[in-house]
Design a protein around this ligand. Structure first.
Ligand SMILES: N/C(=N\O)NCCC[NH3+]
Ligand SMILES: [Mn+2]
Ligand SMILES: [Mn+2]
Ligand SMILES: [Mn+2]
Length: 314
């Protein structure tokens, strides 16, 4: 099947400028030709354009709720139609609040999807537990049916009906979990593999348990939501909330190769690349180039190489 690439230049899920330039930085690092070298057609849908709302006052200490809600409604429709057209879809962020629209739009087409959240952070605060109010740290809370009774009605989010069950979600890479998030993760019994678990078990075992947890009962579409800050900051410095002690390059690529090998990847997000925050041009380039490697290996690029492509003539 074919791959669709969708840019979402959006930053109002958090307060640092620059993450709206993430899609361009990832494209400039050669994403489209790297994907074209794999074995299927690539459709670049370009970038969504998000309307600027002049009035969008904070609500319960949450900044830009209407802008974030509206952007995600637009993204949900775009991702939904890409999936409906049969594409494996890559959403380029932008901050991680965009996962609300990406996963919601995917779930409308594939209600039985499962979600693999690769991130230093759980992004499962509610507006009431969030220390900062930033919506990019609350994305998962809007998705979970089990949190419905803990979520206030936010302006701009009336269109979102929770669609995911806690058992259909696995976290990999956690190392900076807020107290409110810790309580929610424990209460809901969500399967988490923190960096400590990865140190203990090794990434091969973590992926074995992850894929068994999500797929052993029933094979179903996978949504991979990959926050570049899951990777060690030495590999991905140009991002908004770096946390030391992250995934090695090889751990990140093991995760994405294993997900590719299921043949079930349907949508992936690659978010939080912020070119403005790189201390040098080189720092921006290594971050964007890593993002391309993560996406390409999720879609079939392999360290083992592969056969001559059907489309190539000798
Ligand atoms: N990168 C972030 N989420 O993935 N930042 C917000 C979360 C901070 N608790
Ligand atoms: Mn995140
Ligand atoms: Mn993060
Ligand atoms: Mn972030």
């Amino acid at each position: 099947h074919s791959v669709a690439v969708l840019g979402a230049p959006f930053s109002k899920g958090q307060k640092r400028r620059g993450v709206e330039h993430g899609p361009k930085a990832i494209r400039d690092a050669g994403l489209i030709e790297r994907l074209s070298n794999l074995d299927y057609p690539v459709h670049d849908f370009g970038d969504l354009s998000f309307q600027n709302l002049d009035k969008d006052e904070p609500y319960m200490q949450v900044p830009f709720p209407r802008s974030v809600g509206r952007a995600n409604k637009l993204l949900s429709e775009a991702v939904g139609s890409a999936v409906a057209s049969g594409h494996t879809t890559v959403m380029l962020g932008g901050d991680h609040s965009l996962a609300i629209g990406s996963v919601e739009g995917h779930a409308r087409q594939c209600p039985d999807l499962c979600l693999i959240w690769v991130d230093a952070h759980a992004d499962i605060n509610t507006p009431l537990t969030s220390p900062s109010g930033n919506l990019h740290g609350q994305s998962v809370a809007f998705m979970l049916k089990e949190l419905q009774n803990k979520m206030p009605e936010l302006p701009g989010f009336s269109w979102v009906k929770p669609f995911l069950s806690a058992k259909d979600l696995v976290y990999i890479g956690l190392r900076d979990v807020d107290p409110g998030e810790y309580d929610i993760l424990k209460e809901l019994g969500i399967q988490c593999f923190t960096m400590r678990d990865i140190d203990r078990l090794g990434i091969q075992r973590v992926m074995e348990v992850t894929l068994d947890h999500l797929l052993s009962r029933k094979q179903r579409p996978i949504h991979l939501s990959f926050d570049i800050d899951a990777m060690d900051p030495s590999l991905a410095p140009a991002t908004g909330t770096p946390v030391n002690g992250g995934l090695t390059y090889r751990e990140g690529i093991w995760i994405t190769e294993e997900i590719h090998n299921t043949g079930l990847l349907s949508v992936m997000d690659l978010v939080e690349v912020n070119p403005v925050l790189g201390a040098s041009r080189e720092a921006v380039e290594v971050t964007a180039s890593l993002a391309v490697d993560i996406i390409a290996s999720s879609l079939g690029q392999s360290r083992q190489g592969g056969p001559i492509a059907q489309t190539q003539t000798l």
